[in-house]
Design a protein around this ligand. Structure first.
Ligand code: ATP
Ligand code: MG
Length: 796
């Protein structure tokens, strides 16, 4: 460029933009990019696919591209369509664009999620699908109620064919962009062969109500675009540039939506990572990203390989795990970052101990120990596979006063099923709790609708008594007729019985809680529920019962929860983040904890049962997403035991642990555990799942879960907990104290973690008959017992 033209260029560029220019005249934001990213940002016209691994700067390139489009005047803010996965991601994207440009970005109405953008489009053209522009968006409850009415009207047994099942099927069809007239023959058997017909009725009913459900938002827009070429053309021209983040997780409807909109100029830029496709269970099609080139011939495919997020050890560990998946494109990632710490792997006795250990680690890191600078709580995240895992952490953090926040969902005790269950417990404690009564009077459904509740309220008011008493009067006086009246009588009798049992202390509070959930029909309600959320809710209920075991009585537990709900750390500036792996997509944290790596929990048994190898591979991608969220330090942990409904259950370490390359992992479990190999632990190598797969592995090294079920291991664990973590020289050479496994004899003074101190009266197999000082005589499993002299070592 001659100096003349350079001057001419300068004159043409407004001052505000020139201030953003780097030395060579290019905007400064381009200087922050590597050549491949820069290519993706500067190739403004035509289709571009950025297909690259985690942390390679895809989202960064995407936001820079938006900044560049604006800065070069290619498009005005409202002519850019930018789709992200969550509203949170959309907000962050807007902020990032602003940062690149050095000023806040105003007027980007078309930056958002598929759903939020679709609502806007649909309001403008609602009449084309027989809706008015002020249509309502139904929530799941309304949706289910509507379907139930249709099922009943069609003389189908709603008990066998529940509305929630139909909702799942219809949602699946909508994800695949199938309107009722397009249901494939293969799906003809759905819902007792009545699926398609009910779907059609449901859509008709929605139209009559001027309503849509979530799936409709996209489907209607696609339908409009397909039927009205003129309208589609207008938008194709209006949205001069289209950008999509997390493209690997689009479903068929979203894919069609995009393909239609980009069909004119084809200025579409998608970024994604096939290894991070984690929404298959919701209809996402990873195939969409793999056929991009076919859909958009001549597309520029850009691969990024430099990772800017994580240390080589973290990348190495993640790469080792994902390599076990078949049918992936395969990518190499490298980083200039220093090696840093290896991924840490540690086994714990049980889930509570895992939570306790992580809490201590977090506090230590906050103070800055082990030569590390103090870390902010905001830099730390705990990523779990299943949301019920959060409970142990929330309880623990409340106890030690560690501020935390749950991202992407309610906190454990705020979940619907937990609140319902707690309302029952509250009523067992106090029948004056009107709020609790209102919450559960018709949950599960007892035929006690609004009118019945008003009758009860009137009875209570007139007589100046609680709602439970009002209900008693209403039932006795037969103020409510029919089925509802009988059910109310039953409910009052149940409440009385539970209250009586609580006062008589006939059962432990844990047993009583289980009884209440069963006898009230609440557990059954969720067992009969066929929605995708139901199994998770049942798991949460089990977790709730488990939490009760840490308290002496229901009252104490209820107080504890009241405290959690009123967590004073709510206004703390710094908080540890807790979220599911799914919610962590696209995010990054310097310090990441990945607890619960146990087969069945992670990989999730359900997902393997339902989808076999495909499910397992999706779980493995989740593991990859999890590890790659970490920038500096990643800690994977598992527990040897988990309590489920008061029963101890041995857990096997996750098979993904076997897949972690040893070179990138530091095993924190005391070496005595595996030093002697299986022989020392009294197990044959053939019994090892690792050996079954023909691998000699980390899992071998941290030992099989059964090994942990010995008091000897327990003591070892306790001892190692007393000294600061990671002192390998000191730990080396410790051997497992096998003698201790059968160390008890009659008359021994012992300590049990739940029942306290006692004397051994007899021994049978692995059971000990113990006379406890406080809890009386009980038979307990020996592995939960330690000699009394060592009880002080037990950190609970
Ligand atoms: P994911 O697959 O997890 O969504 P991603 O590919 O979208 O990851 P980004 O979140 O865009 O990755 O970037 C990861 C981190 O690397 C961010 O902190 C980002 O600021 C940084 N980064 C990206 N590109 C560069 C670069 N060229 N130079 C320096 N840092 C970069
Ligand atoms: Mg990203």
């Amino acid at each position: 460029m001659s100096s003349d033209t350079e001057n001419a260029f300068d004159a043409a560029v407004p001052l505000s933009q020139r201030a953003m220019m780097g030395a060579r005249g290019a905007p400064r934001y381009l200087d922050d990019l590597n050549p491949a990213q820069r290519e993706a940002v500067e190739a403004l016209d035509g289709p571009v696919l950025m297909l690259a691994g985690a942390g390679t700067g895809k989202t960064k390139a995407l936001t820079t591209r938006i900044a560049h489009l604006l800065n070069t005047g290619r498009a005005r803010p409202n002519e850019i369509l930018a789709v992200t996965f969550t509203n949170k991601a959309a907000r962050e994207m807007k902020e990032r664009v602003g940062r690149h440009l050095g000023e806040a970005v105003e007027g980007m109405p078309w930056m958002g999620t598929f759903h939020s953008i679709s609502v806007k489009l649909l309001r403008r053209h609602a009449e084309l699908v027989d809706l008015k522009s002020n249509f309502t968006i139904l929530d799941t409850d309304d949706q289910i109620r509507l379907m139930k009415q249709l099922i009943v009207a069609s003389n189908i047994d709603e008990k066998r064919w529940p509305a929630r099942m139909l909702a799942g099927i219809i949602d699946g069809w909508k994800n695949r962009a199938l309107t009722p007239d397009k249901i494939p023959v293969a799906d003809a058997n759905a819902f007792d062969r009545r699926g398609a017909e009910l779907y059609a009725q449901y859509q008709t009913r929605l139209r009559e109500l001027n309503a849509v459900d979530f799936g409709d938002l996209l489907l209607h827009v696609v339908t409009i675009f397909q039927a009205h070429a003129d309208i589609l053309k207008r938008y194709q021209e209006w949205f001069r540039y289209i950008l999509v983040d997390e493209y690997q997780d689009t479903n068929v409807a979203q894919y069609l939506w995009l393909r239609l909109l980009a069909g004119g100029h084809k200025n579409i830029c998608c970024v994604g990572d096939d290894d991070q496709s984690i929404y298959g269970w919701r209809g996402a099609e990873v195939g969409n990203i793999l056929k991009f080139e076919k859909d958009f011939p001549g597309a520029k495919i850009i691969r990024l390989e430099q990772n800017y997020r994580s240390t080589p050890h973290i990348l190495g560990a993640a790469g080792g795990v994902i390599a076990a998946n078949k049918g992936r494109l395969g990518k190499e990632l490298w980083t200039e970052a220093e090696d840093g710490e290896k991924v840490r792997l540690i086994g714990h006795w049980d889930g509570e101990e895992e939570a306790r250990w992580i809490g201590e680690e977090i506090e230590a890191m906050q103070r800055g120990t082990r030569g590390m600078a103090p870390a902010s709580l905001n830099a730390m995240a705990i990523l779990v596979r299943a949301s019920h895992q959060m409970r142990a952490f929330e309880d623990r953090f409340l106890t030690i006063g560690l501020p935390y926040k749950v991202i992407g969902g309610p906190r454990f005790y705020e979940r619907m099923e937990i609140r319902d269950a707690m309302a029952y417990f509250r009523l067992a404690v106090s029948q004056d709790d009107d709020l609790a009564f209102e919450r559960i009077v018709n949950t599960p459904k007892r035929g006690l609708g609004d009118k019945a509740v008003q009758t009860i309220q009137r009875a209570a008011r007139t007589n100046g008594v609680s709602l439970v008493e009002g209900a008693r009067l209403a039932a006795q006086g037969e103020l409510i007729k029919g089925k509802g009246g009988a059910a109310l009588g039953q409910l009052v009798a149940d409440l009385d019985r539970w209250h009586g049992q609580l006062r008589a202390e006939a059962d432990t509070h844990v047993e009583l809680a289980e009884m209440i959930l069963d006898e009230s029909g609440y557990t059954t309600m969720w067992q009969n529920d066929k929605t995708p959320e139901a199994p998770g809710r049942l798991e949460n209920l089990k977790e709730l019962v488990k939490a009760l075991e840490n308290f002496d009585n229901l009252q104490g537990f209820l107080e504890h929860v009241a405290l959690i709900m009123d967590n004073e750390s709510d206004d703390a500036d710094e908080k540890v983040s807790i979220m599911t792996l799914h919610a962590a997509k696209g995010l990054e944290f310097p310090i990441v904890f990945l607890p619960g790596w146990e087969d069945g929990l992670f990989p999730s048994q359900r997902s393997m049962d339902e989808s076999g190898l495909k499910g397992l591979e999706e779980e493995r991608r989740l593991a990859y997403v999890g590890i790659t969220r970490a920038e500096e330090l990643c800690t994977i942990s598992f527990a040897a035991n988990r309590r489920v409904y008061g029963q101890w259950q041995s857990q096997l370490p996750s098979r993904f642990i076997d897949e972690l390359p040893e070179a990138h992992v530091d095993v924190l479990t005391p070496p005595g555990l595996y030093g002697g190999g299986y022989g020392a632990a009294g197990m044959s190598a053939a019994a090892s799942p690792a050996a079954e797969y023909g691998r000699s592995t980390l899992q071998d090294r941290v030992g099989r879960a059964d090994v942990y079920n010995s008091p000897g291991w327990r003591r070892l664990q306790d001892r190692s907990q007393q000294r600061p973590m990671r002192q390998p020289t000191e730990q080396r050479g410790m051997t497992i104290d096998l003698e201790a496994v059968s160390a008890f004899s009659e008359g021994d003074r012992v300590f049990h973690q739940k029942f306290g101190y006692g004397d051994v009266m007899g021994i049978e197999g692995d059971k000990l008959a113990i006379s406890f000082d406080k809890a009386g005589e009980k038979n307990v499993v020996a592995r939960f017992v330690v000699p009394a002299a060592e009880a002080d070592d037990v950190p609970f």
